[in-house]
Design a protein around this ligand. Structure first.
Ligand code: UGB
Length: 555
């Protein structure tokens, strides 16, 4: 009370609300007026920010947390009354007629889509000091993930407009969700590279805010252990993207402009644009309100599966169910073998892979928000105290939980080699991954791109040598030498838009080789170290075509 004169009238109201909500411990240690006054004001500035950035304010945050913590303490079964079944979806096989038709339909539809990259995560598991979207997706060209994503969206925009066969001025909107950890460095990367060829007005950055941490089952806000005049905060999860698109007004703008789809994707998957057009085509053909990209999943793999849940009261939803919940749920509801492989050798419950196509038409925009969960780890079975402070979290893929029962929610299964190779793990952890499981490292992410390119070329009739096995950073990879009917070595044909070059003959040179690099060798740049190899460009034949036109290159 003695310190009230330090606060504005709005801050006094906030203080009253917090005391009523059982948060007086935030101020109990305050010294007499005149001591640490600036720090006291700074705490209230932070509380005001936390209050305004959360829908419903801190009161709603604390109430929701209390409910979820009470459910967790009593061990409430989130699936009570629900029966699981295999939802309907579309399994595609790369390059066949069905795939090509969906891909074509998706390219046509791309001009009606907005693309959203969730890039607020710092990537602690990767241990990289920069932002993940600045990492090269592959080191032969050095193209970073953000550049690759932007160039892919621009290529889709061009192709989509060409298919529209008329005047087409549409620019595909591109949104990047950032956080305090990534915002300024993402903006800097864009600005210093002239937005990689995209118009700056086409790109929007939306920053997610962190949320307050909680100390106990009464949802008492946690003070920062390093500063008793600050609340400890942690990220709220990738699900923030839905409420940010809603509160920024972008969803309404897109809806009013006639856009039909919003395509969400993650920060370090160099393959995803090989799978996006076909997934979009499936959404358009089936008029899905939500379509998740999935890859085949082996039964009991420690990763969630896409499941249809039908409640006794008639409600149903298609949702990702975590692996530790899926097997017991199946066993408890009449599937004695639990999560088991079917005749394909895979589980009928597919693996959700962070690409979501959401339909904008027809959907009541009010539904664009996300449910939250809580990630608490208790110290012991009494479930009275946590190992470390917790907070509410929300996930992008939980969005279908908020939809009405008649929503059409499906999925598209695409081969892993074509669709999914994220960069999440550091070299040491990746090398410890049990054989046969994916490394999800810088090394495997880059190799997957070369492998997919080779397999696509093969499908198009090009003869490509079998992969050569090598070990980098303790992980096996493929050093692939492309040998077109005429190529043994490296040939670079660099042509401007509008130049069509036909290459004939044969090329043989020393080419490019992969050389091992020790990830502990700090004289090598970090982005090279994490993949365990560098490309030694020994010899290459390079031809440039800087004018549009038709050319024939005889070698
Ligand atoms: N992200 C944010 O933008 N903000 C945040 O607060 C947190 C993350 P991770 P994880 O398919 O790969 C997800 O850390 O935990 C961004 C799915 O939940 O890579 O491994 C972040 O920048 C899981 O079901 O995710 O798991 C990144 O772009 C599975 O599908 C993205 O969110 C898995 O991804 C994902 O963050 C996957």
């Amino acid at each position: 009370r003695k310190n009230l004169h330090l606060l504005s009238s709005e801050q006094i109201e906030l203080a009253k609300m917090l005391i009523e909500m059982g948060q007086s411990h935030l101020f109990e240690h305050w010294p007499e007026p005149g001591i640490d006054d600036e720090e006291k004001r700074a705490l209230f500035d932070q509380l005001a920010r936390l209050n305004s950035s959360y829908p419903g304010g801190l009161k709603s945050y604390i109430e929701t947390a209390r409910e979820l913590l009470a459910d967790s303490k009593t061990g409430k079964n989130p699936f009570d009354g629900f029966t699981p079944s295999v939802p309907t979806g579309e399994a595609l096989s790369f390059g066949d007629d069905i795939f090509m038709n969906y891909e074509q339909a998706g390219i046509r539809e791309a001009k009606n889509a907005a693309f959203v990259l969730v890039a607020g995560g710092l990537g602690e598991r990767l241990g990289y000091n920069g932002i993940k979207v600045a990492l090269p997706a592959e080191t032969s060209t050095g193209t970073c993930f953000l550049q690759h994503y932007i160039e892919s969206i621009l290529a889709l925009q061009d192709a989509s407009c060409r298919l529209a066969q008329g005047e087409c001025q549409k620019e595909i909107p591109f949104v990047i969700m950032t956080s305090d950890d990534t915002h300024s460095r993402t903006l800097e990367l864009l600005e210093s590279n002239f937005y990689f060829g995209m118009k700056p007005t086409q790109v929007k950055l939306l920053k997610q805010e962190k949320v307050a941490c909680l100390d106990d089952n009464d949802a008492r806000l946690a003070l920062d252990p390093k500063n008793k005049f600050r609340i400890q905060t942690k990220p709220h999860g990738h699900g923030d993207v839905h409420s940010l698109l809603y509160s920024s007004g972008l969803l309404k703008i897109w809806h009013d402009a006639g856009l039909k789809w919003v395509l969400f994707f993650q920060d370090t998957n160099g393959l995803l644009f090989k799978a996006i057009p076909a997934s979009l085509g499936v959404s358009a053909a089936k008029q899905y309100h939500v379509n998740s990209l999935a890859v085949p999943r082996k039964a009991k793999d420690a990763i969630g599966g896409i499941t249809k849940l039908t409640h006794t009261d008639g409600r149903s939803m298609v949702i990702n169910v975590e692996y530790n919940q899926l097997d017991p749920l199946l066993r408890a509801t009449g599937f004695p073998d639990g999560d088991a492989n079917c005749e394909t050798g895979f589980s009928p419950f597919q693996e959700y892979k962070s690409i979501l196509v959401v339909g904008l038409e027809e959907l009541p925009l009010l539904y664009i928000y996300c449910l939250q969960g809580i990630l608490e780890r208790y110290k012991d079975a009494s479930k009275t105290s946590f190992k470390s402070s917790t907070r509410l979290e929300c996930m992008m893929q939980d969005y279908p939980k908020t939809l009405p029962p008649n929503a059409r929610v499906g999925f598209t299964v695409i081969d892993t080699w074509l669709a999914y190779a994220p960069v999440k793990n550091n070299p040491e952890d990746a090398a410890k991954v049990p054989k046969g499981n994916p490394y999800h490292s810088g090394t495997s992410g880059e190799m997957a791109i070369y492998r997919a390119n080779s397999l696509i070329l093969k499908k198009a009739g090009v003869q490509v040598d079998d992969p050569v096995q090598q070990v980098f950073n303790g992980q096996e990879g493929c050093n692939v030498l492309l040998q077109d009917l005429s190529l043994d070595g490296t040939l670079i044909v660099d042509s401007v838009d509008g130049a069509e070059v036909t290459v004939r003959g044969s090329v043989k040179n020393k080419g490019w080789m992969l050389e091992n690099v020790d990830y502990k060798d700090t004289s090598v740049p970090e982005e090279i170290r994490i993949r365990g190899f560098k490309i030694n460009k020994i010899e290459q034949l390079e031809k440039k075509y800087s004018e549009p036109g038709k050319f024939c290159l005889e070698l």
